[in-house]
Design a protein around this ligand. Structure first.
Ligand code: PMP
Length: 442
């Protein structure tokens, strides 16, 4: 029998076959309804079945579906670059097909930047422990995600990582704010050890997603990071694949720390799942040496700047703009956070509620012991049984023993639908408490 899914299902022994989606709901072929409280993989930012987006893809397809980027440009890709420039201030976009590729591209451009400036020794990439930048080898080399790295140790790089800004489990045993951001200052120590003359860039996610469950750094953190990078002549890459395109209440999450990175990776919400597309965005400072040098970015994929995907992303971003969806995120965030705080008060295993905008995380601790991936899988499975989709995240300072989920519904979810998220989460936690107790009490 042929298979398209060569992985073990997260839940049970088969994949439900999805039939269609409408708004924040998905329906499988057996008629089961799922409330998509995590937008798939924090991707379907506008929910499912948006007619105007689908129509834009159809319209573009009837003109031309594919051109090869080294032969032609195309209008949707150019319009998308112009739109991203207007919203983010980055004048240069390089389109790829996935978040992993956007990160790979960002890293390659950082390396090329220094080569074109006659500094080829600046080639090391620093990153952060408890981070996920993608599954391809370069992006995985930069990822401090032990579970996703372990099988490929022989191939991926052991790139230096600094400790995460994980205040509730501070790796230094300190407390914010008296810690004086020891975690950010560790970057300086690392740079001194390796030598800034050998380092191209530092990469981090504004909010730690898959590797931490919406771990959110304190408000002064990124200005300290940016200052350290600037003083040491190191490029700062922000991986906004999960946080970008409005997810946290601003177009880019780093805006909320008052910071601009030198290179930004976006993906996921950029096309809200309507077509595969992602991008690396660059400042003039990054691109000038390349434009005045070889004038070519040594990267690219067959489907880079694909007209269909570009049309989908453009339609998504224009809709987010015209419907003022990002402006509505903060009040929905406060509303959802209050509901999650209620759950924390009711269920003792909910240890922390955190995150920004509609990227919120719950970290769990069952009976005072860190519970790990098994507990996370049990939460996700209980969610499915109760008709709600939840995104599993690693957590705990070792990236293995902790347990967390991400709640990240489509940005256009209504408050009434958020009440339904609460209702289904509550019944999920009731199921969980009962099952987990039955299995572990003896
Ligand atoms: N960076 C971040 C921050 C992500 O969350 C992800 C996906 N979870 C990626 C990169 C990789 O994106 P993709 O799965 O589209 O390759």
């Amino acid at each position: 029998m042929p298979h398209s899914h060569l992985i073990k299902p997260l839940i049970g022994d088969h994949y439900p076959m999805i039939d269609y989606g409408k708004g924040v709901y998905l329906y499988d072929k057996e008629g089961q309804e799922y409330l998509d409280a995590c937008s798939g993989a924090v991707t379907a930012n506008l929910g499912h079945g948006m007619e105007e987006i689908i129509q834009s893809i159809v319209d573009q397809g009837s003109k031309v579906a594919f051109v090869y980027r080294s032969q032609f440009s195309n209008q949707p890709a150019e319009d998308l670059a112009a739109f991203l420039h207007e919203k983010t201030g980055y004048p240069w976009s390089f389109f790829v097909n996935s978040g992993s590729e956007a990160v790979e591209t960002a890293i390659k451009i950082a390396l090329q930047h220094w080569q074109e400036k006659g500094r080829p020794a600046k080639r090391r990439i620093l990153s952060r422990w408890l981070s996920y930048h993608g599954i391809t080898f370069g992006a995985l080399s930069a990822s401090g995600h032990p579970v996703r790295r372990e099988r490929f140790d022989s191939v991926i790089g052991d790139w230096p990582t600094v400790e995460p800004p994980y205040c509730s489990k501070c790796p230094f045993g300190k407390t914010y704010p008296s810690c004086n951001l020891a975690c950010a200052d560790q970057l300086e120590i690392m740079i001194r050890r390796i030598g800034s003359e050998n380092i191209a860039a530092f990469i981090s996610e504004p909010i730690i997603g898959a590797a931490g469950g919406a771990i959110t750094p304190p408000k002064e953190y990124y200005s300290r990071i940016k200052e350290i990078c600037g003083r040491n002549n190191i490029l700062f890459i922000s991986d906004e694949v999960m946080t970008g395109c409005g997810r946290t209440g601003t177009f880019l999450a780093l805006e909320q720390w008052g910071i601009e990175a030198d290179i930004v990776a976006v993906g996921k919400g950029m096309s809200a799942g309507y077509a595969p597309i992602a991008a690396a965005l660059m400042s003039d400072k990054v691109m000038d040496p390349i434009i005045n040098g070889t004038r070519i970015i040594m990267s690219g994929h067959t489907y880079s700047g694909n007209p269909l995907s570009s049309a989908a992303a453009l339609a998504v971003l224009k809709l987010i703009d015209s419907e003022k969806i990002i402006e509505g995120v903060e009040s929905k965030s406060i509303y959802l956070r209050n509901l999650l705080d209620k759950l924390k008060a009711e269920f003792s295993f909910v240890q922390e509620v955190r995150g920004k905008g509609l990227l919120l995380g719950l970290e769990f601790d069952m009976k005072g012991i860190e519970t790990g991936g098994a507990f996370t899988s049990a939460v996700v499975a209980a969610g499915v049984d109760n008709g709600i989709l939840l995104y599993p995240a690693a957590a705990g300072i070792d990236g293995r023993k902790g347990s967390a989920i991400i709640i990240a519904p489509p940005l256009n979810i209504t408050k009434r639908e958020l009440d339904e998220v609460y209702k289904r989460l509550r019944s999920t936690f009731q199921t969980l408490e009962k099952n987990w107790k039955e299995d572990h009490d003896d």
